[in-house]
Write a protein that binds this ligand. Structure first.
Ligand SMILES: [Zn+2]
Length: 273
């Protein structure tokens, strides 16, 4: 397992697995979702490190800009950046590596707001982007545009930090971080020791002999109670009543009613890891 601190690659795609988990966690924290994929637009990422997510209103404005240019393909060298990606960039900058001219502290980059993009084709796109609420930052950072418009949130930088803190705590119940969204020394050291490919996937939960027990089952039981099965006792033991509730929930949500709590059922329950 490679930890974030062991990464020497310049490309931040080295933390893609962890980044995906952070985005999923952010979207659990915000009803309706904090970030949406923009991979369905005619966009070409110039490298594997580009994380194709934005806030929903920024995506719609980008869709309009692309339409204004007759559906031309927009090349992006950066879009959303997770706190893990910004952590790597900032460390490269501090160490004078990878030709990074400037990098904000983790939690503070406006690419972490999901309201910024970088394109190497500034001249071709500037008019269409500016006509749709995307402001050019100017010749000091000529690839960079940021979106301002109704319905956007300004707290995604801290939300991303809080998402990491929650993820960490779930896997380290005896080494908990304060879930305050502040990127302090404690959070920095835990991010450095987090697995770059993401925390290991959760185990499958199901009726078994002897019965499975654990904190993860307790969380699933609590989620089932909230989801319409208030009679289910929270025991941390996967018994027959939990099996029945899982199957009933799966039927209601049009999932395969197999009684197995895997990723699809977890996603519906809001208990991802
Ligand atoms: Zn930028």
């Amino acid at each position: 397992m490679r930890r974030v601190a062991e990464i020497t690659d310049c490309a931040t795609s080295a933390v893609r697995g962890l980044s995906r988990q952070i985005i999923a966690e952010m979207n659990l924290l915000i009803p309706g979702g904090a970030l949406v994929s923009i991979a369905d637009l005619p966009i070409e990422a110039t490298g594997s490190a580009v994380t194709l997510f934005l806030q929903p209103p920024a995506k719609e404005a980008l869709r309009d800009a692309i339409r204004d240019r007759g559906g031309a393909t927009l090349r992006l060298s950066s879009a959303y950046r997770t706190v893990a990606q910004q952590f790597l960039l900032r460390r490269q900058f501090d160490q004078g590596r990878c030709g990074i001219p400037a990098a904000a502290r983790p939690g503070r980059s406006n690419h972490e707001d999901g309201l910024a993009l970088d394109t190497p084709d500034t001249n071709a796109w500037r008019q269409a982007l500016e006509d749709n609420g995307w402001q050019w930052l100017g010749p000091g950072d000529r690839v960079h545009f940021s979106y301002a418009g109704a319905g956007t949130r300004e707290d995604l930088g801290t939300l991303g930090v809080r998402a990491f803190q929650r993820l960490w705590n779930r896997y380290h119940p005896t080494d908990r971080l304060t879930e305050d969204g502040e990127f302090g020394a404690q959070t920095a050291s835990r991010l450095a020791s987090a697995p770059a490919d993401g925390f290991p996937p959760p185990r499958l939960l199901r009726l078994a002999t002897p019965p499975l027990t654990g904190e993860d089952i307790r969380r699933v039981q609590e989620a089932l109670r909230t989801a319409g099965f208030p009679e289910l006792p929270v025991t941390g033991i996967f018994g027959a009543s939990t099996d029945s509730a899982v199957r009933a929930f799966q039927t209601r949500e049009q999932l395969a009613a197999d009684g197995i709590v895997g990723m699809a059922t977890r996603r519906e329950l809001g208990v991802l890891f």
